[in-house]
Design a protein around this ligand. Structure first.
Ligand SMILES: Nc1nc2c(c(=O)[nH]1)N[C@H]1C(S)=C(S)[C@@H](COP(=O)(O)OP(=O)(O)OC[C@H]3O[C@@H](n4cnc5c(N)ncnc54)[C@H](O)[C@@H]3O)O[C@H]1N2
Ligand code: MOO
Length: 396
């Protein structure tokens, strides 16, 4: 496997996308659908609004009657059909959201009215809009309201509710198994002794995977022992679509994860990226099962999840996650010693909406990210950026 060439992040995303076999679909209750990927188009079974609807509390009348004293026929609350059609010289008091009576083409607002008698009113303004939302002006019966492949957010849940689509078809969620490797690791409850460190990475990955709504299985820490590591990775790959393994993927004497991946019959498609942090990101597949090996350093693992694992998870659900990087101006000049890899570094946005870099010591320094608003991209080959230069920032 050492003959694998080092490739760019974009090449890695392309390879992974080619290997991503789509997950099956399922029908779920629409209230549980936020964050899910729609696997069907949704059409409206009604027009919206379903009737000519008043946009104001006021009086419904004929526009040609606006200058006259008008006889009030009734009060029309929302949810109740009007009893009378409007004739010349007549109006009905109407509430916002109520059905406009036949014969009326205008609603003038309460604030522009004067009661002349208990059942007579006149318009006191100089001009008014019609204040009527026409039947079907937003959506007509049979219109497409949500396209296949929509990532469902709160506003889409409102649409599903409005058109009565209570069991939308969505892509199944991937099952993700998470393993941390390393004999130096102890779980957070334990006070590390000697050369031990706490397993922060595994729990960070669990949280990141949960944010994508994936179904997460946490397998804990495995020591740098071949047989135990083999057993745990085998179990995780049998029980999950994606197995994320942090640590043990570089070239140290105890980095035997790559050999185990191959022993399990998986094909390694790449194991080195021209990305900092995350040089040792590994991607392997066997049919519809995938293993992603992430570097043990917490920042490497965090960034690789954001830029590589997350888009891959969405590919499995047939969705091209957009790269929401924003072009912003750099507040101060930036230099780096080596430019052989593209790099991501933590930044914040100041009050002038400029990008400020945060003190950052490298891929073990996860603390640098506690106040990061995003991370900035430095292209491969760039060792210097000037103040005021436009950089791309991905928000967190
Ligand atoms: N001779 C070389 N050595 C290294 C290279 C290289 O190219 N040649 N690359 C370096 C880079 S870059 C990285 S990144 C690391 C990747 O190493 P591994 O993925 O094998 O990870 P480990 O060696 O197991 O750990 C690295 C580092 O991170 C700490 N760690 C590991 N797991 C966790 C965890 N769950 N929570 C918190 N911290 C964790 C671990 O203790 C190490 O300090 O390799 C370099 N070496
Ligand atoms: O590739 Mo390592 O993740 O840069 O520190």
């Amino acid at each position: 496997m050492d003959h694998q060439p080092i490739i760019s992040l974009q090449q890695a995303l392309d390879i992974a996308q080619q290997k991503a076999l789509k997950l099956p679909t399922e029908f779920i209750y629409f209230k549980d659908a936020v964050g899910r990927m729609l696997a069907q188009a949704v059409y409206s079974d009604i027009s919206m609004p379903p009737f000519d609807k008043s946009a104001m509390d006021g009086y419904a009348c004929k526009r040609s009657d606006l200058g006259k004293a008008l006889t009030i026929l009734e009060v029309i609350p929302a949810g109740q059909a009007p009893s009378y059609a409007i004739q010349e010289g007549q109006c009905s008091k109407i509430m916002t959201g109520a059905q406009v009576p036949a014969g009326a083409d205008t609603v003038f607002m309460i604030e522009q009215s004067e009661l002349m008698d208990t059942n007579q009113v006149r318009f006191t303004g100089t001009k008014t809009s019609s204040n009527i939302c026409l039947s079907g002006e937003d959506v007509q019966t049979g219109d497409l309201v949500l396209g296949k492949g929509t990532l469902l957010k709160a506003q889409h849940i409102a649409l599903l509710a409005a058109v009565g689509c209570t069991s939308p078809k969505v892509y199944a969620l991937p099952k993700i198994g998470i393993i941390s490797t390393g004999s130096e690791l102890v779980e957070p409850e334990v006070i590390p002794q000697g050369s031990q460190i706490r397993n922060s990475n595994g729990h960070q990955l669990v949280a990141q995977a949960q944010q994508t709504r994936s179904l997460v299985n946490y397998y804990g820490v495995v020591r740098d022992e071949k047989e135990a590591t083999f057993q745990l990775i085998q179990k995780a790959t049998e029980e999950n679509d994606i197995t994320l393994i942090s640590g043990g993927v570089s070239v140290g004497d105890f980095d035997f994860v790559p050999a185990i991946i191959q022993q399990l019959g998986f094909e390694i498609h790449f194991n080195k990226l021209t990305v900092k942090p995350g040089k040792h990101t590994t991607f392997a597949s066997k049919s519809d099962r995938y293993i992603i090996g992430l570097p043990g350093n917490p920042v490497s693992s965090f960034i690789q999840f954001e830029v590589f694992v997350k888009p891959f998870i969405f590919h499995l659900m047939n969705y091209q996650l957009p790269d929401l990087s924003f072009p912003l101006s750099l507040a101060q000049p930036f230099k780096r010693r080596k430019a052989d890899r593209e790099e991501f570094i933590p930044v914040r946005i100041n009050a002038q909406k400029e990008v400020e870099t945060i003190s950052y010591h490298g891929s073990a320094h996860i603390h640098a990210y506690h106040q990061a608003m995003g991370f900035m991209h430095i292209p491969q080959g760039t060792d210097q950026l000037n103040q005021g230069e436009i950089v791309y920032v991905r928000p967190l």
